[in-house]
Structure formats: C-alpha cells, structure tokens
Design a protein around this ligand. Structure first.
Ligand code: MG
Length: 384
C-alpha cells in the first residue's frame, strides 16, 4: 500500500508568554506568523498529502489569516495538548491516511530534512521522533543548589514532528485519554509501540517565551545572508468616484482610480518590488488582468502571495519603502495607517515599513492630477 502521510499541526494552545497578548503561534516572525511557517513546511513537503491544524475555536480569525492561501483544514482542539491531538487524530480516522506526523505549531523552523527523515524512518518503524543527545551535564537541583549529578547516558531530548502509523497512534491516544503524558512518543510508549529516533536539529526550537521568538528571529537572520533588492513602479488613472485605495487604506478623494483590481498603486508597486527581489516575474504574470477572478480584487492578496513566495524560499523581508507620487489626495494623514496595514499584510514589525509621498511640482500627469504613481523598493534576505 502506498503510504498516505497526513500532517497534524497542534496549535490550540493559548500561551501568550511570548508577549503581544496573542498566542505565540500567531506572532509575526520575519514575514509570516510562527504558525504559517510551520504549516508551510508541511504543505510544501512532497511527502505530505494533507495538512490539518488543531486550533482553539476562539482563534479562528487568527488561523484564517495565518493559513490564507495554504491547503490546510482545521479542527477544534481540547483543553490539553493531548486532548487536542486525540481530536485531530479522530478527524483523520476516515481520511485514507496511513501515517501521521504530529508537529507543534510553535516550532516554525522545522527543516525539510527532519520531515524527510521521520517519514523515511516510518518505512520500518511504528513511530519515529527527532531527538538530540544531551551534551550538558544534568543536575538534580533543590532550593537553588545542586543535590546530585544525573547520569546522562542514554538521555535524549525529543522534538517534533513525531511520526506514527495512524491507526496505532489513534488507538494509543484513545487508551491514554485523560492521562497527562508529555508528548505523543510517551503515548506510543505507554501502548508498547516502538519509536525510532532520527537526528533532531537545535534550530527546530519551540517558541514559548519572547526570548525564544527573538532567538528564532536571529536564527532566521543568520540563515539568510543573501541580501537582495527589488524595485516596483505603478500608475493608475483617476476616474469618477469618491475614494481611492492606497497602501491597503481607503482614502476619501474627489475621484476614484481606474483599474482591473482595486487599483491600489502603492500595493502594486510593492508587490512588483518583492517579486523583483525574488526574480520571479511581475504582478501581471502572477495575476493576469485578463483573468476575471481578479476584477475588483483586494490588492493585499497580491502582496500576500508575493510574501508567501518569499516564505517558501526560506527568506525574510528586511525592509519595504513605498513612495506615493501625487498632488492629491494628501497622504500625510493616512501614512501611519498605511505603514501598519502593510506591516500586517507582510507580517513584519512596522519599523520595517516606510511610506512617504511627494508631488511632481504640478508637472506631468500627476501634476495635472490625471492620475497617481507609486514606486517601491524592497530588501529581502534569502538563504545562501
Ligand atoms: Mg497597478
């Protein structure tokens, strides 16, 4: 039988120790949320045939934003991680999946190699988990003092994804329901399943605190030393109307802008700049104006698509700078909102985004107020 391997991404936790009031898996990390990076690793892996996320139902809006455009479905989690995994496994019971890889949604930097190694181990093993032998000395500590040294022979720390034969791990979880076991390998052990160890990776860290998030940012920066820049330019003509869309913000104006989509020249220039930095064509190639599905489209979709291409390449966005060129509308009132909107779409901190405006001293088509123009420069970092 050809293996059919599902990925179950566990993201139902409410932990917000990483700061920002948001559960950690929905925090931004270099151009995508933590969860989106984890999901993308599995969705884009050729060995995985379907990806299901287990989320807290209250997080549905966050999840939709984090999974937009990805081939992922979700199911509601329970009160504990173990309960959430059980619910996720039950949702896969009749899916045709033969195996499942269970992964923490808060481990965004999982490598293709770890996923492939776990899958490969499942050819012969009932279960497999990535692990690292412990190099530091281990101490038993009580009241702030070392009581004794713990022999570390045979001691490993394990990560996710942990892979299993689906029906075996589902039965094991059903049998373990209500117990408090720390991970799925422990559930498998309790059921007598054999779990093989494959090589883990220190970069495959689990984000729990703000320090972990900062560490993941540094790891991403270290991995991405290939700095590239792209530029974009766009023009739209004014037409009858009472508002324009610029940099994702609705701006009241004496005219509208003519275009197939929402005619947001700012986001179009920015999308082209990002595609330019990636060397991946232009906005017209990705979203042909002849295609009726993009009529009236929200241009944030175009920019999000380009940002996803960056995430799939393992890259991060370093900076985006947009210049709007027009006599009217006046941009200064809206600049803060535009910066925030672009930062939200790109999943970066607002200090990585700049929006500014200029006129052409009443010269040319922008000076005659026939239309407006936008230009953008984007700097990205890709893996070497
Ligand atoms: Mg355009």
């Amino acid at each position: 039988m050809t293996p059919h391997i599902a990925a179950l991404i566990v993201a139902a936790g409410r932990g917000s120790r990483a700061g920002g009031g948001l559960p950690k898996q929905y925090r931004a990390l270099g151009g995508a949320t933590v969860l989106r990076r984890a999901l993308t690793a599995f969705v884009s892996h050729p060995g995985i045939t379907r990806t299901v996320a287990v989320i807290h139902p209250d997080d549905e809006a966050h999840f939709s934003a984090s999974s937009a455009g990805l081939d992922v479905t979700w199911t509601a989690g329970g009160a504990t991680r173990q309960d959430s995994v059980l619910r996720g496994l039950r949702s896969l019971a009749d899916s045709g999946a033969t195996h499942v890889l269970i992964h923490d949604g808060a481990r965004p930097l999982v490598s293709k190699k770890i996923i492939a190694d776990v899958i490969h181990a499942l050819v012969t093993a009932e279960g497999a988990a990535p692990g690292l032998a412990i190099a530091d000395s281990l101490k038993h500590v009580s009241h702030g003092s070392i009581m004794s040294t713990v022999p570390r022979d045979h001691l490993w720390r394990v990560q996710t994804p942990q892979g299993f034969v689906l029906r075996s791990i589902l039965a094991a979880h059903e049998a373990a329901a209500g117990q408090a076991l720390t991970d799925d390998a422990a559930v498998a052990e309790a059921a007598g399943l054999t779990v093989a160890i494959v090589a883990g990776d220190d970069d495959n860290l689990k984000i729990t605190t703000a320090d972990d998030l900062a560490h993941a940012e540094r790891l991403l920066t270290l991995r991405t030393a290939d700095v590239r820049t792209g530029s974009g330019f766009d023009v739209h003509r004014f037409s009858p109307g009472d508002h324009v869309w610029l940099c994702g913000v609705k701006v009241p104006h004496s005219h509208g802008l003519d275009g197939h989509s929402d005619a947001d020249a700012g986001l179009h220039a920015l999308t082209d700049a990002l595609l330019g930095a990636l060397g991946d064509g232009d906005i017209g190639a990705h979203f042909p104006p002849t295609d009726p599905q993009w009529k009236g489209a929200d241009s944030s979709e175009f920019l999000r698509h380009a940002a996803d291409l960056l995430t799939r390449r393992g890259g991060v966005l370093a900076h985006a700078d947009v210049t709007l060129i027009c006599e009217r509308p006046k941009i200064s009132l809206h600049r803060g909102a535009m910066v925030q909107r672009i930062a939200d779409i790109l999943q970066v901190a607002p200090d990585r985004v700049s929006v500014k405006a200029t006129t052409t001293e009443q010269l040319g088509f922008t000076g005659r107020r026939e239309g407006l123009a936008a230009q953008a420069v984007v700097t990205i970092r890709l893996p070497l």
